[in-house]
Design a protein around this ligand. Structure first.
Ligand code: NAD
Length: 344
């Protein structure tokens, strides 16, 4: 089946299939939209069952990057690369050099970075064969891990959502339930604790839970219990699809605001959250801090300019909430509409 027939095809500008027999690279690069600038989005390495599954992911993720980058007011479009393979056993420097050659051949229409299954060390090999790569470590002129910027964006975005739904001037005294204490979740917990919020946390890694209990006085619950916690805010910071038909009826919060990508299992879950009186901060708006930082790095802007832009996520979310209220629609649908306007 051609990509044109796949359900997730959405007028993507280009979908390039890449094969390098010498290194074993099989990848698909999808460029969704370059109206605002070159397409930027990471390279994901995953054990896709077949090329249709990989192409579907590339189509879906690259479109998501277009919307995310537009809502963050960045001068870039949306793209994504997916590498078909096992990140635990099939990574080699030559594979990433081959990916770099493919990216270079696109002449700057697509800029890559790290994503699930790839790391800054892999991007260093990509950098050997293309200049169109971002998300590098300090030694290569990059600004390092984007997670703290993502956590800051989620922190200010959570504050904006609490203001809108709970009338809270700050997060002080709010009870926040955090699912996932990784690079973003743990830093978010720190910021919330310092701002006076009360925390209940979970992670499948018991060690980070104990660390959060000790450092932030957080209560710890089992991973399967976090959606049942009676909190003001639920912050999904682990994997995607944590808001689904099974978890939705169990939620006892008034706000959902977290870092995870693809939090809604399907778009209609956003409608159901609205019906339940729960304000949802659309994931690709609230978690844009990392791409804001990576984009600034790529265009050689000072790290100091990043913080103000990340803090502006709060204003963007306030616009989304106002639009949703005005039109009587779910916040995820309001965000999609605003993103499409920015692309028009
Ligand atoms: P991470 O891998 O560092 O952390 C994820 C954490 O979630 C880990 O500690 C893991 O043990 C935990 N986890 C996994 N399954 C869980 C479960 N069922 N219940 C509870 N905890 C579970 O990832 P991260 O960089 O912190 O990113 C978190 C989320 O935010 C991801 O969805 C990611 O795609 C998204 N995101 C991250 C960034 C960034 O800058 N890192 C930017 C945008 C979006």
């Amino acid at each position: 089946m051609s990509v044109f027939e796949l359900p997730d095809f959405d007028a993507h500008e280009a979908v390039v299939h890449v094969c390098d027999a010498a290194s074993g690279l099989k990848a698909i690069i999808a460029i969704h939209n370059t109206r605002r600038g070159p397409a930027m989005g990471g390279s994901r390495m995953w054990r896709y069952a077949d090329s249709t599954e990989a192409a579907t992911d590339a189509l879906r993720l690259s479109r998501g990057m277009t919307y995310k980058n537009a809502m963050a007011n960045l001068p870039i479009g949306g793209g994504k690369a997916v590498i078909i393979g096992d990140a635990r056993s099939q990574k080699t420097p030559e594979l990433f050099r081959a990916l770099g050659r493919a990216v270079e051949s696109l002449g700057g229409r697509y800029i890559t970075a790290e994503d699930v299954g790839t790391a800054p060390a892999d991007m260093h090999h990509v950098r050997e064969t293309t200049r169109y790569v971002a998300g590098l470590s300090g030694e290569l002129g990059g600004q390092g891990d984007p997670s703290p910027a993502t956590a800051l964006g989620v922190f200010v975005g959570l504050g904006a959502a609490a203001r809108h739904r709970l009338g809270a001037d700050s997060v002080k005294g709010l009870h926040v339930a955090i699912q996932g204490l990784g690079h973003v979740g743990f830093d978010l917990a720190r910021q919330l604790h310092e701002a006076g919020a009360r925390l209940t946390v979970t992670d499948i890694d018991r060690g980070v839970c104990l660390a959060a209990a000790e450092a932030f006085g957080a209560s710890v619950v089992a991973p399967e219990e976090i959606v049942d916690v009676e909190a003001d805010v639920f912050a999904p910071c682990a994997l995607g699809a944590s808001l689904n038909p099974l978890t939705l009826p169990r939620l006892k919060c008034r706000v959902v605001a977290g870092a995870a990508n693809n939090q809604l299992a399907t778009d209609d879950i956003g409608d159901r959250l609205r019906d339940a009186g729960i304000l949802y901060a659309p994931d690709y708006v609230i978690n844009a801090g990392g791409i804001i930082k990576v984009c600034a790095e790529y265009f050689g802007e000072s790290p100091h300019s990043v913080e103000g832009r990340v803090r502006a996520i709060a204003d963007t979310l306030a616009d989304v909430f106002a639009r949703a209220d005005k039109d009587g629609i779910a916040t995820n649908r309001a965000a999609d509409e605003l993103a499409r306007q920015k692309l028009a």
